[in-house]
Design a protein around this ligand. Structure first.
Ligand code: ADP
Ligand code: PHD
Length: 445
């Protein structure tokens, strides 16, 4: 069996479905079963989120979502396949309209209802993809219900692995068709409420099922030809990385490369599967497998630029046990994720980097701590460089020399020292990323 994940970025028009069908057919030739995991069609998850946020427009947005699906369906499916899929999509859309109407009337939404609404993106995508494959005479079936059984942490649910394995064996793998199409990103609780596992969660669905089902090959198909040395939309000279060790892949995913779910590669730590990220339009792929090897030098650069640094200064917190804990406790109580932390040995300052949206919320809470003299907030970028070669002194020095030409606010090392992150003022972020990318291109193999 092979697992193929089809990204949302490559589900937008007739040509995409033609290329996807060819790819699935090619991979299915030597397999007994192909488990296809699909994301929602391009832009649909964002549209659904916008329906939950702009409740006065929710029915209009949902009308557009339905139209987009039917328009594509009419181009990729024909005859009875079109008829069946049309009925299934219309039934789902009816259900979605009812919820949209109720949130519009109530002007209120709970995390549970939000996940229920988001679940329609992936569920509708299984129907369109299946109709497209069947119209090309491929032996496929869609199972739109979530394969993952999760806890009820709506928005970022955790997968219950044993129950998921049971579910997939009983309800999905038992189907006779060779190609089984299931939704990524969504799950359901034991009492059958829809959940989601976090943005980009279809990649993680694929690797997690790969581990649970002992599958050797998991292929994540997307619009770019593999994971690249930088986001090709930001840095033109970015090129495909041929191989990533698991440590490197985890660091890159965590810092947003190819908008992967941060846990995408976690299942690989307890399995022997090989994960390949490959392009639909251009030849090119990245293989993720194994640990750091001698030939692994530098692999890539990422940049996070919607961040703020909160500098907390006080001479009265120096040497006091529990000062940092109080600051962190405020972050926890305010539900604010800390992206980076630093404190000099003089202990007079604690600097926290958080997502821009969270900065004011946290700073307001911190101002209530009476031993703090001054709190300052500034826009920053986090620029990271990743590669096993950073453990090599010569390479690390070269990276450091380039970074030191900028005004570095803090520096930290990642998992097993295979990454280094530099925090700089926002206006320096892009230039630092470009300079570090030049070093990557020199050392990449
Ligand atoms: N290092 C990187 N390598 C490849 N793509 C990247 C990288 N960093 C950011 N990206 C962006 O990720 C996008 C693909 O992610 P996404 O849209 O989530 O794909 P999919 O929907 O197929 O899962 C690309 O269009 C690219 O701009
Ligand atoms: N549709 C979800 C899940 C996902 O993984 O999407 P994509 O494969 O298009 O990144 C999202 O947008 O987050």
């Amino acid at each position: 069996m092979i697992i193929i994940k089809i990204g949302g970025s490559i589900q937008k028009d007739e040509r995409d479905y033609e290329l996807i069908s060819e790819k699935i057919e090619k991979y299915s030739n030597n397999e007994d079963k192909v488990l296809v995991i699909t994301s929602a069609m391009k832009g649909i998850t964002n549209d659904l989120i916008s329906a939950t946020e702009n409740r006065d427009k929710s029915t209009e947005i949902i009308g557009n979502i339905y139209d987009k699906h039917i328009k594509i369906l009419s181009k990729v499916a024909d005859g009875p396949e079109f008829e069946i899929a049309f009925k299934d999509l219309s039934k789902m859309a009816d259900e979605l309209f009812k919820i949209a109407w109720s949130i519009r009337v109530l002007d209120e939404i709970t995390p549970r209802v939000r996940d229920y609404i988001l679940s329609f993106g992936e569920r509708m995508a299984t129907i369109v993809l299946n109709a497209a494959l069947r119209s090309r005479r491929l032996d496929s079936i869609a199972y739109p219900e979530p394969p993952l059984v999760t806890d009820n942490n709506f928005g970022e649910a955790n997968v219950l692995e044993d129950l998921t394995l049971k579910e997939i064996n009983e309800k999905i793998l038992s189907k006779k068709s060779k190609i089984l199409i299931i939704p990524g990103f969504i799950g359901k609780t034991i009492d059958e409420k829809y959940t989601t596992i976090g943005r980009g969660g279809s990649d993680y669905t694929a690797t997690l099922l790969g581990k649970l089902l002992n599958v050797e090959n998991v292929r994540l198909v997307t619009e770019v030809p593999g994971i690249m040395t930088a986001d090709p939309r930001k840095i033109e000279s970015a090129t495909t990385i041929k191989r990533l060790s698991l440590e490197e892949a985890v660091e890159l995913a965590q810092m947003g490369a190819k908008r992967l779910h941060p846990r995408t590669f976690e299942p690989m730590f307890s399995s022997n599967m090989k994960v390949t990220i490959e392009g639909l339009y251009e030849e090119g792929e990245t293989i993720v497998s194994g640990s750091c090897e001698d030939e692994d030098k530098l692999k890539g650069v990422t940049i996070l630029d919607d961040l703020k640094m909160i500098n907390i200064e006080s001479t009265r917190i120096v040497g006091k046990i529990g000062s940092a804990a109080r600051v962190m406790a405020e972050a926890k109580n305010s539900n604010v994720n800390i992206v980076s932390i630093s404190q000099p040995a003089s202990e007079t300052t604690i600097s926290l980097v958080v997502n821009s949206n969270d900065a004011e919320i946290l700073a307001t809470k911190l101002k209530e701590i009476k031993d703090i003299d001054n709190i300052e907030i500034k826009d920053v970028s986090a620029v990271s460089i990743v590669g096993c070669g950073l453990r090599n002194n010569e390479i690390f020095k070269e990276v450091e020399n380039v970074a030191l030409q900028y005004d570095i606010l803090s520096m930290s090392r990642g998992l097993k020292n295979v990454s280094a992150t530099f925090i700089v003022k926002k206006e320096e972020g892009y230039n630092l990323a470009k300079s570090l990318h030049e070093v990557v291109l020199k050392w990449i193999n």
